[in-house]
Design a protein around this ligand. Structure first.
Ligand code: EPU
Length: 445
């Protein structure tokens, strides 16, 4: 299929401006939150990405009316007539997203029953849902697994509970929030994730009438309420996409202004970007101008660094792949320790086929031993640079690695063919048009 293949002409510094919209990893959850309301919600600045389409379809199958609002990028979500969805129709979406697991609590509250088809998402580790299921069971849900998916009921209703997550999982924290807000009584979750997208989801729920307290030390307390209304919300900007363009500017020797990027959510990325030798300048904007961050290559040699991915406020696992492409251009040995997902370095093989020198290890090469040490996961990497990259045929394995392959192809000498690019549209709006706008020469074969 030619629409899944992109031909990328290399040696092209990206220069110009791109705009990022609402964060993919908030927008999809805010759409699910709309199910909890007794009147319509308005979500602004929604990117046109595949994940949003899948969640819209799943909500529509449950009777939510999803329609464009007045502003460009605005979605209206009307949950007034929520109803049970047809299992065969839901199963059309089996394997296409991980968001449906977050519909459990809201559907149980609204309908007393939920059916969740098999989940999808990127293959970057096992991605179990054990924390989700044990939290739901503690709230009072009865979960039955079938070959098609999960069926949940709550015969005695859902009631508040105390829960300690074994790891500060983003999804499991969202599961607890979306279930606890309408559960009977108080819920306390310890070792919760506190990513900016989680805090933004809490803002959405607070606008709807929820009572949520974020305490110090990863403790969140939720007081269940009887009903919630709709919301109007402008999401935080997509800090993963913003960092991807920043890394692309650095890897290609370019200069990109990312309109909409926000410093507060990206501090850890900016620290590392500076340590490598990249330059950036924050524009706080004024009035209706949202401002943004300009990222550029200084023209001097870049420096190798050690980086370890971690939960917030650490270096995001989703920033790792684009940054590694830039690190192939830095002098010396860079070390990457991936501590969030056990299999998020597989894409480096493709970079090696382009001339990069990257060796992956099972040992924890970072300062802190992680959950994956002494197990069979190659989750640390050493990158020796700088390497002259050359064109190759590349196959995209997952969303973030896919974008990194594109950056590598742009930085490389010659013309690369990249297969499986439709995966990138799961999380990057109009990426092809944006690349072209930055001076890249890309096209269909
Ligand atoms: N985990 C478990 N059991 C669970 C849940 C998670 O063991 O029940 C483990 C995972 O296997 C992983 C770790 O906990 O090793 C962290 O997973 P988490 O639940 O935090 O990830 P997620 O909610 O599935 C979201 C983003 C990811 C992002 C991670 C970490 C969405 C839709 N996805 O995933 O984004 O990498 O948080 O910040 O919000 C992406 O956008 O490309 C992407 C993969």
């Amino acid at each position: 299929m030619t629409d899944d293949v992109l031909v990328v002409h290399g040696d092209t510094p990206l220069r110009g401006e791109v705009r990022v919209r609402g964060a993919k990893n908030l927008v999809s959850k805010a759409m699910v939150a709309a199910l909890l309301g007794d009147c319509p919600s308005r979500l602004l600045d929604v990117p046109r990405i595949r994940d949003v389409e899948v969640v819209s379809d799943m909500l529509e199958l449950h009777g939510v009316r999803v329609s464009p609002g007045k502003e460009p990028g605005e979605l209206r979500l009307d949950p007034t007539n929520v109803e049970r969805a047809n299992v065969d129709e839901l199963n059309v979406h089996a394997g296409s997203s991980r968001i449906p697991i977050l519909m459990c609590g809201p559907l149980l509250h609204r309908l007393g029953h939920a059916f969740i088809p098999d989940l999808g998402g990127c293959h970057i580790g096992d991605r179990p849902i054990d924390f989700h299921l044990s939290a739901l069971r503690q709230f009072g849900a009865v979960v039955e697994k079938s070959p098609q998916g999960l069926s949940l009921t709550a015969p005695a209703g859902l009631h508040g509970t105390k829960f300690e997550l074994p790891y500060p999982s983003v999804g499991a924290t969202e599961q607890v929030l979306l279930t606890a807000v309408l559960a009977d009584g108080v819920t306390e979750v310890r070792n919760a994730a506190v990513e900016p997208e989680i805090i933004d989801l809490i803002c959405v729920l607070q606008k709807m009438g929820a009572v949520i307290k974020v305490h110090t030390d990863r403790v969140i307390e939720i007081e269940g309420v009887r009903s919630l209304s709709g919301y109007a919300h402008r999401p935080i900007p997509d800090r993963i996409e913003a960092a991807s363009w920043g890394a692309a500017a650095l890897a290609t020797g370019g200069d990109v202004f990312v309109r909409g990027a926000r410093q507060a959510d990206m501090m850890t990325f900016l620290n590392l970007f500076r340590a490598v030798g990249g330059r950036f300048e924050v524009d706080d904007g004024s009035g209706v101008d949202s401002g943004g961050i300009r990222f550029w290559h200084p023209g001097e040699e870049l420096t190798a660094v050690a980086l370890e991915t971690d939960v917030h406020p650490g270096f995001m696992t989703d920033w790792q792949q684009p940054m590694v492409v830039a690190l192939t251009q830095a002098r010396g040995l860079s070390i990457v320790h991936e501590t969030v997902y056990e299999r998020r370095l597989g894409y480096t093989e493709e970079l090696c086929s382009m001339g990069a020198t990257i060796q992956v290890y099972r040992e924890c090469l970072g300062g802190t031993p992680c959950r994956f040490g002494r197990r069979n996961f190659k989750h640390s990497a050493v990158i020796a640079g700088p390497s002259k990259l050359h064109a190759a045929d590349l196959r995209i394995p997952d969303l973030r690695a896919g974008f990194s392959h594109l950056i590598a192809a742009l930085a490389a000498e010659g013309t690369s063919t990249v297969y499986g690019v439709s995966l990138i549209s799961r999380g990057y709006e109009d990426f092809e048009a944006k690349l072209t706008g930055l001076g890249a020469h890309v096209g269909r074969p």
